[in-house]
Design a binder for this molecule. Structure first.
Ligand code: ADP
Ligand code: F6P
Length: 578
């Protein structure tokens, strides 16, 4: 990247995710504590840090009083290279628990019945994305690469583009949402959702006022109107654009004046993207798609998710797509598949630590003569924990010779505990564990060891190494990194991997026993198969799996995505697509 003076400029990478790798809390004495966050996204991006250097922008999990921010910010930057986006606790609640986890999350995981759409949550989602856009746009400079992560921030690419090209975010939002009005949505609802000032403008007046500054309208007319009135929302004045420029070219012209041109934006979705038949249930389906279409590169874990996204763009926005992307407002958003991974060496080496070895020996003694099945999940309804427990119950009923000879150790990390569906799940799992243990247990033996807590890395590694099989029964799951972690910890035992066909990982982890978790009988049969499989077969399966996990690491995922993003110019590829 050159700044025109011939001097090479540093090309910076900025990663933006809702959750930072550290979560801040405050104790009664008023002291701040920084704790590593958990989840697939944090695990994978932390794995990239070895070879990629980036600043990480995100929400620190808590609002901090203004007086303390300086101190907290300094620590975040110095110790973790992180930069916070503060949201009031109420806004964060509506954005995270409300729109992200009660609307997008269930819908993206094929649970439309659990989706509670609420216009106030949508407003908060927009507002939070706007706050992120403000922080990121202040931070970034010409030539930077901004890599936006996950479903919490799907409007960010569009808002960021509009901010760095000088248009007021409010104006841009209205411009996009005018499409909805034209579809016949009630004006009052739109005004409400957009949070417009009373008397300022309805959608028609906004259009008349020239809000559609970068859109497909008569340029002279817009410029004439702009002369008369500043754009709504306080956007800056624009240069006189030569005729015939695309929105993309106009955005870049304005951005250049502000020292923010050539910024590439990438987006990666860590969840599934559902079939367009499910996606179209979302009342704000257009806005979410438009939000990410301002990217240069849009990545998914699997080919199917990418295909679903492209077909949603065709069916909902009426856009023509190419197999590898889509042209929108003169910019080409490339769409591709980038399966995530882990850093397997962390587990291979972790296993050598004395502390882990000691713990493993203790556990081996404790479970002598007994096979161990491990389950490690966030306590989330997509993980199919009730299905797993039902399958175990059927297995023990049909194979009583295994009672007392096999245990399921189920670790369930507490997650999203303010959302009602998660509270219901917790009660349901408690009830099932109690019932199955009550039915098959004795004073000496319990078939299920259930821990509702996060366990430290050493304990997790020892548990993975101890287990003869790992059981992943997600009813939908973007990828599922637990499967990768188990495989990486099994160089000695070569345990069996039983994996749901509805996890993204099933498309890559050849060597697993694939199951449909909704089919309780076949899952019970798979448990049996895993426990009885001969050494040779287990070893050959494990070798295939480990080869894959060692090659497609978190680092490979990160560098492949970022290298691709570096290569892109925003222009449509030459050939028929151009
Ligand atoms: P998700 O992203 O939906 O949480 P993944 O399987 O991709 O699912 O990632 C889960 C991550 O959280 C893994 O790195 C796993 O080790 C970690 N994890 C899950 N449960 C626990 C637990 N009880 N204690 C510690 N870490 C856990
Ligand atoms: O896999 C999707 C995901 O949202 C990840 O981004 C994240 O690591 C994980 O689920 C945990 O979610 P949360 O940040 O809500 O704890």
């Amino acid at each position: 990247q050159s700044d025109g003076s011939g001097e090479k400029k540093e090309q910076r990478l900025i990663v933006v995710s809702n959750r930072l790798p550290v979560t801040i809390s405050k104790d009664e004495k008023g002291e701040y504590h920084f704790k590593m966050s958990s989840g697939g996204l944090v695990s994978a991006l932390s794995g990239c840090k070895k070879t990629m250097s980036f600043t990480w922008i995100g929400w620190p999990g808590k609002d901090i009083p203004v007086a303390d921010r300086d101190h907290v910010n300094k620590r975040l930057l110095a110790e973790y290279n992180c930069y916070p986006v503060y949201l009031s606790d109420e806004l964060a609640d509506r954005h995270y628990n409300g729109f992200s986890n009660s609307i997008l999350w269930p819908l993206f995981h094929y649970h439309p019945g659990e989706m509670n759409f609420d216009a106030a949550h949508w407003l908060a989602y927009r507002e939070a994305n706007m706050r992120f856009a403000e922080v990121v746009s202040n931070f970034c400079q010409s030539g930077d690469m901004v890599w936006v992560q996950d479903y919490h921030l799907m409007l960010l690419p569009m808002l960021l583009r509009s901010m760095i090209s000088g248009e007021s975010a409010q104006g841009e939002m209205v411009r996009k949402e005018l499409g909805r009005v034209k579809e016949g949505v009630d004006d009052e609802v739109v005004k409400d959702v957009l949070g417009m000032q009373p008397g300022v403008a309805g959608p028609q007046e906004l259009e008349d006022e020239g809000v559609e500054l970068l859109g497909d309208v008569d340029e002279d007319e817009v410029l004439h109107m702009k002369e008369a009135k500043p754009p709504v929302g306080g956007g800056s004045r624009r240069p006189h654009f030569p005729r015939g420029l695309s929105t993309f070219q106009k955005q870049e012209m304005v951005a250049k004046e502000k020292g923010k041109d050539g910024i590439r934006i990438g987006f990666f979705l860590h969840t599934p993207f559902p079939s367009s038949e499910i996606y179209r249930v979302l009342p704000v389906r257009r806005e979410i798609l438009l939000g990410v279409l301002q990217c240069d590169l849009i990545g998914f874990h699997t080919y199917d998710y990418a295909r679903h996204f492209l077909s949603s763009c065709t069916r909902i926005l009426g856009l023509q797509t190419q197999p590898n992307g889509i042209e929108f407002e003169g910019r080409y958003a490339q769409v591709g598949t980038y399966p995530i991974g882990i850093e397997p060496m962390q587990f291979v080496e972790g296993l050598q630590q004395e502390k882990v070895q000691n713990r493993l020996r203790t556990l081996e003694t404790r479970f002598q003569g007994c096979k161990v099945i491990i389950g490690v999940d966030r306590l989330d309804y997509i993980k199919g924990i009730p299905q797993k427990l039902h399958a175990l119950e059927v297995f023990l009923t049909q194979h009583p010779e295994w009672i007392g000879k096999v245990v399921l150790v189920q670790l369930a990390i507490p997650s999203r505990q303010d959302v009602e569906e998660y509270q219901n799940l917790r009660a349901c799992v408690n009830e099932l564990v109690g019932r199955i243990n009550g039915r098959f247990g004795t004073v000496e033996f319990m078939p299920i060891h259930y821990l509702h807590k996060s366990v430290p890395f050493e304990e997790l590694t020892a548990m993975y190494a101890l287990a003869d099989a790992c059981l992943v029964t997600s009813t939908r799951d973007g990828m599922n990194l637990v499967a990768y972690e188990y495989i990486s910890s099994q160089s000695k035992r070569h345990g069996s991997m039983v994996l749901s066909e509805f996890a993204g990982a099933a498309q890559s982890l050849n060597g697993s026993i694939l199951i449909n978790p909704w089919d309780v009988q076949s899952t019970a049969d798979a448990i049996h198969q895993a426990l009885e499989m001969g050494d040779e077969q287990r070893k050959s399966n494990w070798q295939k799996l480990f080869n894959y996990v060692s090659k497609y690491t978190a680092e490979a995922w990160g560098t492949t995505f970022v290298n691709e993003l570096t290569r892109l110019s925003g222009l449509p590829p030459a050939g028929p697509a151009g």
